[in-house]
Design a protein around this ligand. Structure first.
Ligand code: FES
Length: 119
């Protein structure tokens, strides 16, 4: 069952074509695509940095820190240094409003495990 949450609007995303925000304790990155908006968990699977400002081209986003590249629809890591997929929430665009199912939470990542063990 899908539980849609209103995340944002196309007006909020604006001409930058990207918007990062927090909702329900999740860091989100919204990225305009050709036909809609991808809603991503905004934490690169390499070192957990934000993908905001990453270059978007050909349905992929490139991390602005070390250049890992992810598929916007599937989250697949297309090129390293990241090897794990990015979490992509199910989303839909309706009358300029972006909806996402945030109940499908990202798995506890290896990055979080590393950060916990170092504290
Ligand atoms: S943090 Fe994204 S590639 Fe390193």
């Amino acid at each position: 069952m899908t539980d849609w949450t209103r995340v944002s609007t196309l007006g909020d995303i604006g001409d930058q074509r990207q918007l990062n925000c927090s909702l329900h304790e999740l860091k989100l990155l919204l990225v305009r695509t050709g036909s809609g908006v991808a809603v991503l968990y905004d934490s690169c699977t390499h070192l957990g940095k934000s993908l905001y400002g990453g270059r978007v081209m050909g349905g992929q986003i490139t991390c602005p820190f070390h250049g890992a590249c992810f598929h916007l629809r599937t989250g697949a890591a297309v090129s390293g240094p990241a090897v794990s997929p990015l979490h992509v929430f199910p989303s839909r665009l309706e009358n300029g409003i972006v909806w996402a199912d945030l109940t499908h939470r990202p798995a506890f990542s290896a990055v979080a495990l590393v950060n916990r063990s170092s504290t």
